[in-house]
Write a protein that binds this ligand. Structure first.
Ligand code: BES
Ligand code: MN
Ligand code: MN
Length: 492
């Protein structure tokens, strides 16, 4: 007999409490990149561990990462690790549920309507009827981490609560390992050594499940079958050994800002292709099947370059990028180079006539199969060296990287996820890719050969990483239902 009806009833009965619990977690400012928030990061990890313990997960613990100090605490943020012991009769796959409890910094703070860690429950925007096709925000929670990723992790935890109430077992007898990372937003610096140290335990898992991606739109659920990789660098160009008077020295020596801009300006050619020799060598071409599927997706969903651009305040002719590829192909299957920040010289009030001694930029590359982040960073650094402006010196830093992944869509586990979403949402999920990156997926694939299913519930106007990040309650509820029904697929 299926427990699904009872589980879904529990979800409905728990609705207000489930929202209240998420609000509680969102109040903890777990910004992983900023050392000032080290204590709240641990607090957020402890909070999640307490939830898992309460639900009856076995061996729930915080695993220290980085260098362990004399107080027994790691230099990195702890990983939450837990398992749900399967019922003796369980025959399905062992699922590794991954999520992250850390969040992005909140700046610029003045653009937030309220404190980012005082979650606000906002009503649906006027005109929103909650019907399919409505394209204005519904009822939502506004807070840093609402959708990325605490709200999405809670869709799973709350599904477990409903199963626990119905069967006494948090995953209804299915085998799950839970891994919640605290450094995803800052580059997962300690994750690889964590994975290596827990290789034996992780090898028991057959497939990874992540809720940290989005859907096509409201009432348009999706499974993401691929994310891009990332190579992130910081480069500084040093010129004179001191800042100079731009009148006395202008025209006599290199200005590092001008030179840096000149070099970085050569990253793309006129077709907006990246000019670094060898950059495209390992890029897997887009198959005809994918190309056609993505065209069909646009026709079916009304997704278009112009439509998505208009939402960010850009006209249709701003649809620019590598020539020869559609907007979806460029996001999902082509590598890119981006300058994420650039600085140097005088940026204060008023004017100052100066030639600075150095200038810096953050430069990152989104990668696709089968590009290696290490190799791309090496090629980029060599390319910079070969363009060193006269008398200048580069200081080059590799900040972090991760591999992209593509998930086979035919697997049994994928089919279970498809069925769970279809039942929860009343329609089949679209199969999409995302241009974003989730480093753990590439790590699990390359170290353990494990594939990842991305079952996410975000919307493209959720303002991930931006002020007023939100998670819509309809998405939260759909997520809980999908996880609950996926467990049902696993145990039936
Ligand atoms: N959850 C996002 C990635 C994402 C968002 C994928 C939406 C697909 C749809 C994740 O938390 C993230 O921001 N990743 C970073 C990775 C980086 C910091 C290593 C990214 O993509 O920039
Ligand atoms: Mn995320
Ligand atoms: Mn993120």
């Amino acid at each position: 007999m299926s427990h699904a009806p009872a589980v879904l009833k529990n979800l409905e009965a728990n609705d207000a409490a489930a929202i209240a619990r998420l609000v509680d977690w969102l109040k903890i400012p777990s910004i992983s990149t900023d050392p000032k928030f080290k204590a709240p990061c641990r607090e957020a990890a402890e909070w999640a561990a307490a939830q898992l313990r309460e639900l009856g997960f076995a061996s729930v613990k915080l695993v220290e990462t980085g260098t362990i100090g004399s107080d027994g605490k790691g230099s990195g943020h702890p990983v939450v690790l837990a398992t749900s012991t399967p019922a003796a009769s369980y025959k399905g796959p062992h699922v590794l549920f991954y999520g992250h409890y850390d969040v992005q910094p909140c700046d610029p703070l003045n653009l937030w309507e309220a404190d980012p860690f005082s979650p606000q429950r906002k009503p649906a925007d006027p005109g929103h009827t909650g019907k399919p096709g409505d394209d204005v925000p519904g009822e939502r929670l506004v807070a840093r981490g609402a959708v990325d990723d605490k709200g999405q992790v809670m869709t799973f935890i709350e599904a477990c609560r409903a199963w626990k109430q119905a069967t006494g077992h948090p995953t209804g007898g299915a085998a799950y390992t839970v891994l919640l990372e605290g450094e995803e937003e800052s580059g997962s610096a300690n994750l690889e050594s964590f994975v290596r140290q827990h290789e034996a335990q992780l090898r028991k898992c057959n497939v990874c499940l992540i809720s940290d991606t989005g859907m096509i739109g409201r009432n348009q659920p999706a499974i993401t079958y691929g994310v891009r990789g990332l190579a992130y660098t910081q480069v500084t160009l040093h010129a004179s050994n001191q800042d100079l008077h731009s009148g006395l020295w202008g025209g006599r020596c290199p200005n590092p800002i001008t030179e840096l801009c000149y070099v970085l300006g050569q990253l793309h050619d006129r077709d907006r292709r990246i000019t670094i020799p060898g950059f495209y060598d390992d890029v897997r071409p887009i198959s005809d099947t994918e190309r056609k599927a993505w065209q069909r997706l646009c026709t079916e969903t009304g997704l278009s370059a112009a439509g998505t651009l208009s939402k960010i305040g850009l006209p249709p002719h701003a649809d620019v990028g590598e020539s020869g590829y559609s907007f979806l192909e460029r996001e999902w299957a082509r590598p890119t180079a981006e300058i994420n920040g650039i600085w140097g010289g005088y940026t204060g009030a008023g004017a100052k006539t100066v030639i600075p001694s150095h200038a810096s930029a953050k430069v990152s590359f989104r990668l696709v199969a089968d590009q290696s982040p290490e190799k791309i960073t090496k090629l980029f650094f060599a390319w910079l060296e070969s363009r060193t402006p006269p008398g200048c010196k580069w200081q080059l830093e590799d900040l972090h990287g991760g591999y992209g992944v593509t998930t086979p869509t035919e697997s049994a586990a994928m089919q279970k996820a498809v069925r769970a979403i279809a039942k929860a949402a009343g329609r089949e999920p679209f199969l999409i890719k995302s241009g974003g990156s989730i480093p753990v997926a590439g790590m699990l694939k390359s170290l353990l050969g494990m594939d990842t299913i991305f079952m996410g519930f975000g919307l493209d106007d959720d303002r991930v990483h931006s002020p007023n990040e939100k998670f819509e309650l309809a998405c939260y509820r759909l997520g809980m239902k999908c996880h609950a029904l996926l467990i049902d697929e696993l145990v039936s």
